[in-house]
Design a protein around this ligand. Structure first.
Ligand code: NAP
Ligand code: GDD
Length: 341
């Protein structure tokens, strides 16, 4: 039985990856930085709360990381832990760097010292492309990060490459574009929209307040993306791969498709900060814009080219944009209905 250690076990990807590895017969260890809070709602939603062996491990504490790596002796490590919210990284750039950059190094140092034959996956990100230097972005596109998060993740990416080249370790960097699901954190725009819409529909919220509606993202479905993580670590040799759908859409389009699935007939009125989303049937304002949610520097467009992953191990996205919005809206409506019944 293979043993996997997943950091960031409480997160969206940690939950889906745990389920996948359990289905494949792995013994799954989940690293969790919190003590005393025993609610693992994502693992519980997937029905695997009791199947993951949770260990107390914070990427900020080297000795803690080393002790856990030594005790577990993993065959594979998936480093998903991060301060992953781009907007927060502008307010907390130092802690973001400590977790998302040096945290990767701590884990790699622990593995180099204690178990250098471990296969290692680093959760890199399309945010590293930032002010994009070409469209679409592939493994060959130069990086130009636009946030402290992107800069920190770029260090994590290069140190992963460096440990492969310096010490012959099996380290892979997955450059994943945005991936969403009903388990997405509420701070991210897709889930903020779908949860907000469900609340509006059921009379629990007046309107959703958003920031930049013109930025474009390549949005995929998270359960498919964790499969790519696993596939990378099963190859003969380690490498880096872009994982994306190859389609890009604005935040505005995500609002429009989600509204449609929630049964609203949306019309836009006004411009810039004064723009509003109005329900045609009732005349009610459902969407407003606030400067609070704009970023000091924005990533205007992301669209990835996942050809290398397709050619090397046959990974291809299945769920498309409109379907993703539908899955998320329906899940949020069901959740609220369940909690009220
Ligand atoms: P997420 O839901 O925010 O989960 C990240 C997890 O990391 C959280 O559970 C968090 O713990 C944990 N964590 C934070 N600081 C830690 C520390 N010091 N020590 C140990 N654990 C810590 O993120 P996700 O969406 O699942 O994404 C997984 C990874 O992929 C992240 O590294 C993210 O940056 C990267 N990524 C995500 C996407 C995407 O679109 N989802 C795209 C590209 C890359 P708490 O629960 O205690 O806060
Ligand atoms: N969060 C948020 N909240 N974003 C908003 C809002 C809002 O109210 N209004 C507009 N946006 C815009 C942001 O300015 C950004 O352009 C876009 O919506 C997406 O924002 P997020 O959902 O926060 O995601 P992200 O693209 O910044 O970062 C996510 O994807 C990265 C991969 O590209 C995160 O998952 C990162 O961890 C990940 O690396």
């Amino acid at each position: 039985m293979k043993r996997a250690l997943i950091t960031g076990i409480r997160g969206q990807d940690g939950a889906y990856l745990s389920r996948l590895l359990l289905e494949k017969g792995y013994e799954v260890y989940g690293a969790d930085r919190r003590s005393g809070d025993s609610s693992f709602w994502r693992l519980a939603e997937l029905g695997i709360e009791r199947d993951v062996k949770v260990r107390y491990m914070d990427l900020l504490e080297l000795t803690n990381v080393m002790r856990e790596v030594e005790k577990i002796g993993p065959d594979e490590v998936y480093n998903l832990a991060a301060q992953s919210f781009v907007q927060a990284s502008f307010e907390q750039p130092i802690i973001t760097a400590d977790i998302d950059a040096v945290g990767v190094l701590r884990l790699l140092e622990a593995l180099r010292t204690l178990k250098a034959d471990t296969r290692f996956y680093q959760a890199s990100t399309s945010e590293m492309f930032g002010k994009v230097q070409s469209i679409p972005q592939s493994e060959k596109t130069p990086f130009y990060p636009r946030s402290p998060y992107g800069v920190a993740k770029l260090y994590g990416h290069w140190i992963t490459v460096n440990y492969r080249e310096s010490y012959g370790m099996f380290t892979c960097s997955g450059i994943l574009f945005n991936h969403e699901s009903p388990l997405r954190g509420l701070e991210f725009v897709t889930r903020k929209i779908t949860r907000g819409l469900a609340q509006i529909k059921l009379g629990l919220l007046d309107k959703i307040v958003l920031g930049n509606m013109d930025s474009k993202r390549d949005w995929g479905y998270a359960p498919e993306y964790v499969e790519a993580m696993w596939m990378m670590l099963q190859q003969k040799s380690p490498d880096d791969y872009v994982i994306a759908t190859g389609e890009t859409h604005t935040v505005r389009e995500f609002v429009e498709f989600s509204m449609k699935h929630a049964g609203f007939d949306l019309a836009w009125e006004g411009e810039g900060a004064g723009e509003k989303g109005i329900d045609r049937k009732t005349g009610r304002t459902l969407v407003e814009i606030s400067a609070e949610f704009f970023r000091p520097a924005e990533v205007d467009i992301l669209v990835g080219n996942p050809e290398k992953a397709a050619e090397t191990f046959g990974w291809r996205p299945k769920t498309r944009f409109e379907e993703l919005a539908r899955i998320m809206v329906e899940a949020d409506i069901k959740r609220i209905e369940r909690s009220r019944s």
